[in-house]
Design a protein around this ligand. Sequence first.
Ligand SMILES: Nc1nc2c(c(=O)[nH]1)N[C@H]1C(S)=C(S)[C@@H](COP(=O)(O)O)O[C@H]1N2
Ligand SMILES: [Mo]
Length: 458
Amino acid sequence: MADDQLQPAPASLDRGRLRKAPESFLDQTGVRTVFAEGKRGRRDFIRGAFAAALAGGAAARATAQTAAADGDPAILNLPAHSTGLGQPVVTDGYGLPSKFEGNVQRRQSPGLTQSTQSSVSFAPLQSLFGIVTPSGLHFERHHQGWWDVDPAQHRFMVNGMVKTPKVFTMDELMRLPSVSRFYFIECGANTGMEWGNVAVPTCQYTHGMLSCSEFTGVPLITLLELAGADLKGGKFVLAEGADGSSMTRTIPMSLVTSGQVLVAYGQNGEMLRPENGYPLRLVVPGVQGVSWVKYLRRVEVGDQPWATKDEAIHYVDLMPDGTHRQYTSIQECKSVITTPSGGQVLLDKGFYNISGLAWSGRGKIKRVDVSVDGGRSWRNARLETPVLDKCLTRFNLDWVWDGKPTIVQSRAMDDTGYVQPNYKQLRDVRGNRSIYHNNAIQSWLVQENGEVKNVQLS
Ligand SMILES: Nc1nc2c(c(=O)[nH]1)N[C@H]1C(S)=C(S)[C@@H](COP(=O)(O)O)O[C@H]1N2
Ligand SMILES: [Mo]
């Protein structure tokens, strides 16, 4: 289907309004809808307006407009907040979201058994707008719990193949020239449970080990130069965290000399959150989350990979020929529709804004195609700006749902020309023993009753 066959939204209709899921369901999975709903009568009105407009033609649209004019008579009653005195300024303390947004939370997956310390919480992608993940909703992955490390006590060391090993305090680091850049971070295990089959109900759990922030810090290359690192003989660096998990990862020097690897202390305009590595973490754009070492205490320069436990046993892909993909940890081009997505409920047939996220560890997103017919035809989605290197990109597409069951999918392409594969294409290359690095096209089934389900097409 061509792009120009898209129907614009009737002006009189609410855009992208979704029906609220039953409370019991909300409790289990944390799925919420785009708008909180008012009284039952209001919902009935919205349904009526949709139905009237869908009857087609100007007459029907006029009916919808009249209905809107007649709408909810409660609009004439001034609520207390329009007549009374509001709250004073929030001077002492940290500003918090509305109490009506309390259901938007990081959550642990119903599909994973976890200990409290080696745990993961997923970001509620279905409830977020734009490309930045609010810091309090950033996913978490701790191998040995998190710490609130005292920045006055924290030290960062550069050693190995350097002229002068150096130890920095936070104050010393924060005097150095800094940069601020938007990057996504994705755990290599994101979408891992889907390798087997459809495993979890919502995009929070299929894709929520993904977040995006503006990070501020010192390029690692600056610190290596200060220590007089051997940038010719030194082919790799080892990054080590200060928590009990002994998180240590080998990173190719070529990524460091590109200037993109940061020793970061800032996240979205403030200091890092403790869960995300306060006061210092490594930012390795495009590379899987495990290399973004938190509570960063040391970087060593060396001439070969270290093969630490986190790179010899974990985060490797067992290929069909028996070999391991070990140090190729770039997160390939991927995308997911976040609305409509699993667990959400469409209000009624009619107009919806299909919205989602696309990203690539190799560069910028070039285009995103969306299918609303299970992959038979594809339409070019709108990319919202800015489109940044190794950053989330938001896409949107107008859609008029005819009320029939259908499957919605997104397929991203990056500026290297790489196109996100479907499950068959991915399994043809990677076999069926993978756990990590699943970047296949995600399918959501929109059922006749409006409920959206996770399904897998081969
Ligand atoms: N020190 C330390 N760094 C760490 C980890 C950890 O457990 N300890 N987990 C890694 C993994 S597997 C991921 S996916 C990311 C998660 O970062 P986040 O918790 O800020 O989302 O941090 C990485 N860095
Ligand atoms: Mo991870």
